[in-house]
Write a protein that binds this ligand. Sequence first.
Ligand code: ATP
Length: 193
Amino acid sequence: MVYGLTGGTGSGKTTVANYLTEMGYTVIDADVIARSLTDPGSNVLQLLAETFGEEILAEDGSLIRKRLGDIVFNNKEKLQQLNDIMGPSMDKAFLKALNDAVLERPYSKVFFDAPTLYESGREYMVDKVWVVAAGLETRIKRIMDRDGLSREQVLARMANQLPEEEKIRRADVVIYNDGTLEDLRRAVEKALK
Ligand code: ATP
């Protein structure tokens, strides 16, 4: 079984992914895949530079992720272009990682940590979806503390994501993360059972 792991910013996905890794499960990280696809000299990065301009590249040819992020932020058309470029390579890399995981541990659950699983229309890639959720104020505070952002910056980031209620509605399993880290660990163990 392949489980998608998703949720809004500050919900605690990465924390859940870390627990699952500690417990011995394979967690395929969509952000790690995206980064590896945009290594200097890669075809994907070249296509991104042709589409969004050379200004997304640093002098050493590496991607300035923040600049690309600023270009697609709040721009549906550009975000779509980015997804069209990244999508096929992401799918291929995900399937390869999944294949490796299954060969290594044939009967284990595999998790796909994908913050934008729903937004990118990738839920068909997994069998079931776990959504990590937490109250809005809790999430805002966590991200302000973690990333040193203002409340407005966190809200702007959230505005680009599918609302949490929508994710909860579409989830197979919801892990509520409003308590302590110990509560979260117990919720993960319960979800696994
Ligand atoms: P993003 O999508 O923005 O990366 P995320 O959903 O992956 O967010 P995490 O990075 O797991 O969220 O959590 C955000 C912050 O909140 C982290 O600093 C994490 O340590 C902290 N955190 C998560 N859950 C709890 C909790 N139950 N109690 C206290 N702190 C928590």
